[in-house]
Design a protein around this ligand. Structure first.
Ligand code: NAD
Ligand code: GLY
Length: 367
């Protein structure tokens, strides 16, 4: 087992990474303050891992709250089901909520923990690659609004993150690729040498090679922990973790939550950010194409949906959380491995990026 740390003073916490951690009762017990535990999971993950987790929680008074599965359920209505479960089982302020599932469960259970009786402890047990490398670390919790992705929420840190890499064996291939979008993101924004490693090891990652996955998860979590430790509340560098997300969130919201997976939308959005960085003269064409090829090698879409007009993009992008005083800040790349957050770009470059022919770009990047 590897242990990393998110350093946030008295709110610091460990990230445990290893195969089979779900079956380690001591690891969980270390981070549970009272006797009551509520496991929040969903209908897909419960049959796979709930019983194993329950066995590791013997001795605690455990309630399970099983939610419907899907991004479309990351909503007020589903959040209310968590509170219903907590109150029905009379959970008190010393209860610990455990989020068992992907990013949707982690974000919602974390937000419920932030709100329930004004804040109770929670532990992240992420079971998708995306949640293991990104959403379980850093304390961003929340739900979607029909008008904007992740628009309602709170910064609320978990007490621990327990990553059982063995849980990835049951993950559908499409979900694995979605997680790889966020892994590639770390290389693009702050770790250029990691890009070369990913290029070499992409087949192993997609074949679920344990050593390759563990390495990629560790390196991603280390990057995320560093960024969050430096800027917990996103007043600066943390915004770079949103590479591709402003374009991507527009795709997710326009298409309807869950139609494009979050990681897929981020991948297509990242290609748009690469293209815009190229149009600004910051990335050369070969650098841009290198990023595009890596996303393709991960099995990800690199062309935004055909029906997304520039106008639809702009409408959704205007409600992005990086918009400040009406200025649309974007995460762009100065170089591969160096991201900036900026509103200082010519408007016509953004317009040209939104009008670009991504099918042609993809073909040229492969030739
Ligand atoms: P998800 O939670 O919807 O999980 C994807 C699918 O995999 C679901 O059907 C789920 O039930 C299933 N699943 C989960 N674990 C499984 C397993 N081990 N085996 C088989 N199936 C499994 O999606 P996700 O990609 O994990 O997370 C996406 C969400 O995370 C989005 O809502 C996004 O906004 C959010 N997110 C949050 C942050 C953050 O910092 N809080 C960062 C990135 C993404
Ligand atoms: N996924 C973006 C962040 O945690 O800030």
């Amino acid at each position: 087992m590897q242990t990393l740390h998110v350093e946030l003073g008295e709110r610091s916490y460990p990230i445990y990474i290893g195969a089979g951690l779900l079956t380690d009762p001591e690891l969980l017990a270390r981070h549970i303050g009272g006797r009551q535990v509520a496991v929040v999971t969903n209908e897909t993950v419960a049959p796979l891992y709930l019983e194993t987790l329950m066995r590791s929680l013997e001795g605690f008074k455990v309630a399970s709250i099983v939610l419907p599965d899907g991004e479309v359920f990351k909503s007020w209505e589903t959040l209310q089901l968590i509170f219903d479960g907590l109150l029905t089982a009379r959970h008190d302020r010393r209860t610990t909520i455990i989020a068992l599932g992907g990013g949707v469960i982690g974000d919602m259970a974390g937000f419920a923990a932030a709100c329930y009786q004004r804040g109770v402890d929670f532990i992240q047990v992420p079971t998708t690659l995306l949640s293991q490398v990104d959403s379980s670390v850093g304390g961003k919790t929340g739900i979607n609004h029909p008008l904007g992705k992740n628009m309602i929420g709170a910064f609320y840190q978990p007490k621990a993150v327990l990553i059982d890499t063995a849980s990835l064996r049951t993950l559908p291939e499409r979900e694995l690729s979605a997680g790889l979008a966020e892994v590639i993101k770390y290389g693009l924004i702050c770790d250029e040498p990691f890009l070369a490693w990913l290029e070499e090891n992409m087949p192993a990652l997609r074949a679920l090679d344990g050593a390759a996955l563990t390495y990629a998860i560790e390196r991603s979590c280390a990057a995320k922990a560093r960024v969050v430790g430096a800027d917990e509340r996103e007043s600066g560098v943390r915004a770079t973790l949103n590479l591709g997300h402003t374009f991507g969130h527009a795709i997710e919201t326009e298409q309807g939550y869950g139609v494009w997976l979050h990681g897929e939308a981020v991948a297509a959005g990242t290609v748009m950010a690469l293209e815009m960085s190229h149009r600004l003269g910051w990335l050369s064409a070969p650098e841009r194409d290198r990023g595009v090829r890596l996303l393709q090698a991960a099995g990800l879409p690199v062309v935004p949906p055909r029906d997304m007009t520039p106008e639809r993009f702009l409408e959704h992008m205007a409600v992005d959380k990086k918009v400040l005083d009406g200025q649309m800040r974007l995460v762009l790349l100065k170089h591969l491995g160096e991201a900036v957050v900026t509103a200082d770009y010519p408007r016509e470059i953004l317009d040209a990026t939104l009008r670009s022919d991504y099918v042609a770009l993809t073909q040229s990047s492969n030739s």
